[in-house]
Design a protein around this ligand. Structure first.
Ligand code: 0A1
Ligand code: ZN
Length: 868
């Protein structure tokens, strides 16, 4: 039972309203880690829920930590809490909290175990940060990672303090959820010790889509997806994905679920995608709700991946968590790696790998090459919420893929089993993780650890030589400087290589070369003729590969490579070469590229999804990144027109064959969300986009009228907008989907993404004045403002209007939702790529943001790092 602490004692301190704004943010250092001086055995929480005056009583059972220095004070974190009562072993204490927490001096603490009880008051309704306990669409919900629990009660809010939780709540809401197993209405017991960041509570008027799963040892688990009434018909795909994820983790990793119930709740206001709270995952509704009419194929794929990701965290994150936030990649890199493999198993490994590498280059290489570069395991931060980055997540996953390539599948399986055996129930570190691999495989991973500690994307330069049947590949690695890291030691880099002969036959199958030195040669003997090398197969390491290669060789690999990733990569490199040359020097689109793309597009033996990916030209930001890497100053307007010209040239070249392709790819019958049908839709839309360059959008109009899925409807609308023929269609679309928040997010986004560069700022500004622009809802804010940043030529328009508009909105959002404001500020991270005028314009906006009074710690840190 939770004791009644509601009666105020006479000695109690006056309520203190604190603020999270800090004037001079202090960096937290990995080197300063100290264990918490107390162990927390058990936590009993009681919530008397009220929109503005929720009372939280907490009963914390502590004991001294034998692993820590004795005689230390107890520091509890707490922000924006009004303290009403504080007692120790039943004795009232009169300590006054400060802006970030509460200290109980060692002198007031007993030598042995003790119970600390607090009662605080919080206001969920006015908590717009969506961090801690807040309200979304009339329901109470929580987000505690990374440090939201301190906005709920005074607590050692750090991941290495793990405790068993009992939760009760007092509310009229019909659905009352928390972690663990239910023990009554609104009463929950979680038998698994967990850090506070995995705590969750939901109370609302919700309905469930339910099912069950029987685990490999025969235990029946109740599964529920809770949504707002009316949305229960949109949960089937998420539930199916959950069941497949549970089965996959048993079959592939031997991991079984460990509670009687697994709940998912969809909320409309959420800063991120989803959260893996123990037994009670909370999701952004866009990653749960799907019907063929309202969700695109990309949405379906994303729902499947994120449901899996959060579920997989139950073992990689929850059962084994992180000792401190510097170790974030321990759970995130591994869980992303696992969800990527799951999606590959469910769909196509080749297509999944290409998509993952596209995303890695677009987000992580971009981050790694700019002022926000940081190591996969950073050693300092100011605001941890700023480190949920592509580097921690996606590069973190790449590092695990490399580790597996180096130790082999068997070594990986042995190491993972040892990891689960050795560290279950613990808060672990990257050192623990690497030690498990060393112990399981006998391999020394000292050099490999650089991947965790050094920022920046390595550049590999490859040259080759052939003489008397001996083929030699020489690989050189350069590890560029990154913020705070000037010189670097060489890394161990697995480079997967295969060799083809001139007929396209594979003469040396995929072999993993281990590059450990700055420059190293690898020899292949007994070859009849000079082979064509296929280097970095499957993108075996997150590096930038540089090799003088002819267009003929790339076209040859596009036609013949047996490695699907490198086959696509050859076409991509070819397209990029052509596009970059066009930007720099202008001129026609070369016929050999057009022929090579044509061959792949119409090759019926290939997966349509793969063909669609080959048809997709590199994006404008990607070209800017490559131009910058090659020593040029990218001109956004020139990139935009060169890319459009190249698209036009391709459309012209394929003109005669496009109508048949489009017709042949129709997917009649009931909607199938599977990868094969989705691939056909993707290729058809890619063909329609080209066709629109020839027929002014007439075919896309027809496709839009006949669409029987959101993929087709939205895809056709995007094409029409792109060729300037979409105004009527967009108006009709809005009318049709007015009542659907998630579909309307798509509508808002599309207006901005497809706006002409010289109109994007004006269009975005107008959309922010639309009555349906709810800027406090992160999905809607992102739909408009993040789309502004992703319209490359529009965002970087020479007027600087878009820069100013983004800065205005970041300044406005910051006091309301600092996490999202800080995250969106990364749109400015590429400033060093551009010309002096644009650099000055962006830096002026960053300086204006920095000078804003009371700027959050989140945005202060980001802007400071970008300004350098
Ligand atoms: N751990 C979650 C991501 C997440 C992180 C922070 C959040 O709030 C600040 C919310 C979610 C995941 O990896 O899915
Ligand atoms: Zn995660």
């Amino acid at each position: 039972m939770v004791p009644d602490l509601t009666t105020p004692s006479r000695e109690r301190p006056l309520p203190v309203q604190t603020s999270s704004v800090q004037t001079s943010p202090q960096a937290i250092l990995l080197a300063d880690y100290q264990p918490f001086p107390f162990l927390l055995d058990h936590v009993a929480l009681h919530f008397k829920l009220h929109p503005t005056q929720t009372r939280v009583t907490a009963r914390l059972s502590f004991a001294p930590n034998p692993a820590a220095k004795p005689g230390q004070d107890m520091r509890l974190d707490g922000e924006n809490l009004i303290l009403h009562a504080l007692s120790l072993d039943g004795r009232t204490l009169a300590h006054t909290p400060d802006a970030t927490g509460l200290t109980i001096p060692a002198a007031d603490l007993p030598d042995g175990p003790f119970v600390l009880e607090t009662e605080v008051e919080i206001s969920p309704e006015t908590n717009t940060s969506l961090d801690g306990l807040y309200m979304s669409g009339g329901m109470y919900c929580t987000q505690c990672e990374a440090q939201g629990f301190r906005k709920i009660t005074y607590y050692p809010d750090r991941p290495d303090v793990m405790a068993r939780f009992d939760v009760t709540m007092d509310t009229d809401m019909p659905v009352q959820l928390s972690n663990g197993n239910p023990t009554g209405l609104g009463a929950w017991h979680d038998p698994w010790p967990k850090p506070a960041y995995l705590f969750a509570l939901v109370a609302g008027d919700l309905v469930a889509h339910s099912d069950t799963f029987t685990t490999m040892s025969g235990r029946k688990v109740a599964l529920n997806i809770y949504v707002r009434p009316g949305d229960e018909g949109k949960c089937a795909y998420a539930m199916d994905s959950l069941i497949r994820s549970m089965k996959w983790d048993e079959e592939v990793y031997g991991r079984e679920y460990d509670l009687d119930i697994f709940n998912i709740v969809a909320v409309d206001d959420f800063n991120m995608g989803a959260m893996e709270n123990k037994g009670l995952n909370i999701f952004n509704s866009k990653l749960v709700l799907a019907t063929p009419e309202t969700a695109t194929d990309d949405d379906y794929a994303r729902i499947e991946a994120v449901i899996a990701h959060e579920y997989f965290h139950n073992w990689t994150g929850n059962r084994i968590t992180c000792r401190d936030w510097f170790q974030l990649c321990l759970k995130e890199g591994l869980t992303v790696y696992r969800d990527q493999k799951f999606s590959g198993d469910m769909r196509s490994h080749a297509v999944k790998r290409i998509e993952d590498v596209l995303a890695l280059r677009a987000r992580q290489f971009r981050e790694d090459g700019g002022p926000l570069a940081h190591a996969v395991r950073p050693d300092s931060y100011v605001e941890i919420n700023n480190f949920y980055t592509a580097t921690i997540y996606e590069k973190g996953a790449e590092v695990i893929g490399m580790l597996r390539a180096l130790v082999g599948d068997e070594g990986y399986a042995k190491a993972l089993n040892l990891y689960f055996d050795r560290h279950d129930g613990q808060a672990a570190t990257i050192e623990d993780w690497l030690k498990v691999f060393e112990d399981a495989t006998g391999r020394d991973l000292t050099q490999f650890k650089h991947w965790y500690t050094q920022a920046g994307t390595p550049h590999l330069t490859v040259t080759d030589d052939f003489k008397d049947g001996l083929y030699t590949l020489t690989i050189e690695q350069k590890n560029p400087a990154a913020p705070g890291q000037a010189s670097k030691d060489p890394k161990v880099i697995p480079v997967a290589v295969g060799l083809l002969n001139s007929d396209g036959a594979e003469v040396v199958p995929t072999t993993v070369l281990e590059l450990t030195q700055e420059r190293q040669s690898f020899a292949f003997e007994g070859l009849a003729s000079r082979p064509v090398p296929s280097i970095l197969r499957g993108f075996s390491a997150p590096v930038i590969l540089e090799r003088e290669s002819s267009a003929e060789e790339r076209a040859f690999l596009l036609a013949h490579d047996t490695d699907p990733f490198n086959k696509w990569e050859a076409g991509r490199a070819l397209a990029k070469d052509v596009l970059m040359r066009k930007v720099i020097a202008g001129g026609d689109t070369p016929a050999d590229w057009l022929t090579a793309v044509e061959t792949v597009t119409f090759d019926e033996t290939l997966d349509p999804a793969f063909r669609a990916l080959t048809l997709r030209l590199p994006g404008e930001d990607d070209i800017a990144q490559s131009l910058h890497a090659a020593g040029h100053v990218p001109d956004p307007a020139a990139i935009h027109s060169a890319r459009r010209a190249m698209q036009g040239g391709l459309a012209g070249h394929l003109a005669k064959r496009l109508p048949a392709l489009i017709d042949g790819l129709q997917t009649p019958g009931p909607f199938d969300p599977g990868a094969v049908a989705a691939g056909r839709r993707a290729l058809r839309l890619a063909a329609l986009a080209l066709m629109a360059r020839l027929d002014g959008g007439a075919s896309a109009q027809v496709a839009m009228q006949n669409a029987n899925s959101m993929t087709e409807e939205l895809g056709a609308l995007a094409i029409l907008l792109d060729v300037g023929q979409g105004d009527d269609a967009a108006a009709a679309f809005r009318l049709k989907w007015q009542g659907d928040r998630l579909v309307m997010d798509k509508w808002f986004g599309l207006q901005v993404v497809s706006a002409a560069p010289d109109r994007v700022a004006q269009i975005t500004d107008a959309l922010t004045k639309d009555p349906d622009f709810d800027w406090k809802n992160p999905n809607r804010f992102r739909a408009v403002i993040a789309s502004l940043a992703s319209n490359h030529a529009g965002f970087h328009h020479a007027s600087g209007d878009s820069y100013r508009l983004l800065a205005d909105w970041l300044i406005k959002l910051d006091p309301v939702n600092p996490q999202t404001a800080a995250r969106m500020s990364t749109a400015f991270e590429t400033w060093p790529r551009y010309d002096a005028d644009r650099q000055a314009l962006i830096r002026a906006e960053l300086a204006r943001i920095a000078a804003t009074p009371n700027l959050s710690r989140n945005l202060t840190e980001m802007v400071g790092r970008m300004l350098g």
